[in-house]
Unconditional design. Sequence first.
Length: 237
Amino acid sequence: MTRSILDDHSDKTVQVVGDIVETINSIDKSRRKDIAFRLSNVLDNIVSFSGDSEYYCVCLVDLVNSTNITSKLSYTKACMYYGVFLNTMSIIAKEFGATVVKNGGDSLLYYFPKTSDSTNKHVFKKVLECGRSMIELRDIINDKMSKNGLPELNYRISADYGHVMLADSMTSFHKDIFGPTVNICSKINSMAIPNTMVIGDDMYQYVKDMKGYNFKEIESFSIGHKHSYSVYSLSQR
């Protein structure tokens, strides 16, 4: 049976994630305590499932240039490289209320169930806070990667809001997520500068007035019935 990188809990991988936990705790205990707790337990079940077909915020975090990077690593180092990325991103996402549904080896797809209530602006803000936390924690993660002889992680984050369908996966024991929102989220990911976040126009309509963030339109593209669909970069004020 083929093992998923998410099942890679070798002593070395656990040690690296554990070191990240300790560093996060020592830097900002009040803000990162819950995230650190989840990072310390890498054996938790990562993938969850909901049988609903709903409107959700969907996000994708994707490693940059990972194929080229891991081609120069040993098998053990490559497993650690992917394992640390997938497990840390998964646990951070879950801390902000996300459900992780799929990993593509060098990417993680997740959604926020509570965003089905489009009037609840607080949960939409959590989507942005989740992406910001992933970016802010990158220096901490990469410090531990370097100390263990691993290349640094660079990644792009994308998010959009829309109709999401869930169904049984034919290739795993978990549910799969699909639909136009997932497709758009995947397509706009490459428009982000490494270590930044972009959002689609449907998501933008719900968060554009939120304090503490700047949104800049970076590109528009045609897809399906959306003849001109805007994409926005996200930065903190």
